[in-house]
Design a protein around this ligand. Structure first.
Ligand code: 6PG
Length: 238
């Protein structure tokens, strides 16, 4: 079971997330010199990112990746890269060479997935292990772009694949294998619309094809879910 931290409201979730991310950064830099971080897409982390602009972080020793991206131009309002740049990266002194955006060429998404996998291995080493993977949760229990019933959930070798998506555009996504390799997984869940999905993620039997986030957090040694009260399961966890 992942650790579940329930806080009274969304602002508290973002404050706690920012605090934990800054601490994970410090710990990784002390231990290994560099902090490698896979960002989440979606809208939930925007406030956390904004708070991190003010955190005491040595940005010269941070490597930024994305765990998924929509196949849209980088300046699209739907671009995960654009959101993170506007909320965080444009406001901190991080070298541009340390920012590793996905390049989701709609004409060759599989080629883009392979290129990103190569970039991860170049920067992170053969095991492509990041210190922190920040994730969100969809109402259908997807995380990154691992949607229920999709082929990416069956991928055992690759780190990044192209995947279909029910909304916006096809995606590039890290596979469960790549996400599970993260030293720490932090999932932010806010709002009543997420309660059913979070309850299934934490309480229903392991069935990742139906509840994709289970493929990432189930039995992971260091997975933490931070939720507000509206998103948290009603019943106490068994
Ligand atoms: C994406 C995501 C996705 C997201 C969830 C939650 O690119 O869409 O990475 O997994 O985190 O859908 O999205 P919200 O934070 O917008 O609710």
């Amino acid at each position: 079971m992942p650790e579940l931290v329930v806080l009274p409201h969304s602002d508290a979730v973002h404050e706690e997330a920012a605090r934990r991310i800054a601490a994970a950064c410090q710990q990784a830099q002390d231990a290994r010199g560099v902090f490698s971080w896979a960002l989440s897409g979606g809208s939930t982390p925007r406030t956390t990112y904004r708070l991190l602009r003010e955190a005491r972080i040595d940005w010269s020793r941070v490597e930024i990746f994305w765990s998924d991206e929509r196949a849209v131009p980088a300046d699209s309002p739907h671009s995960n890269q654009r959101m993170a740049r506007e909320a965080l990266l444009d406001g901190v002194p991080i070298p541009s060479a340390s920012i590793h955006p996905m390049q989701p060429d709609p004409a060759d998404l599989d080629g883009a997935a392979l290129a990103y996998e190569a970039e991860m291995r170049r920067v992170l080493g053969e095991d492509a292990r990041v210190d922190l993977a920040l994730l969100g949760l969809g109402d259908d229990a997807h995380t990154a772009s691992l949607f229920p019933g999709t082929a990416a959930l069956d991928e055992a070798e690759r780190l990044v694949v192209a995947n279909v998506a029910p909304v916006i555009a096809p995606r590039l996504t890290w596979t469960p294998r790549a996400l599970r390799a993260a030293r720490c997984i932090l999932v932010l869940v806010v709002g009543a619309s997420k309660r059913a999905a979070l309850t299934r993620a934490l309480q229903s039997p392991y069935d990742p094809k139906r509840v994709p986030i289970q493929s990432v957090i189930h039995d992971h040694a260091n997975a933490i879910v931070i939720a507000d009260r509206e998103a948290a399961p009603h019943e106490p966890l068994a």
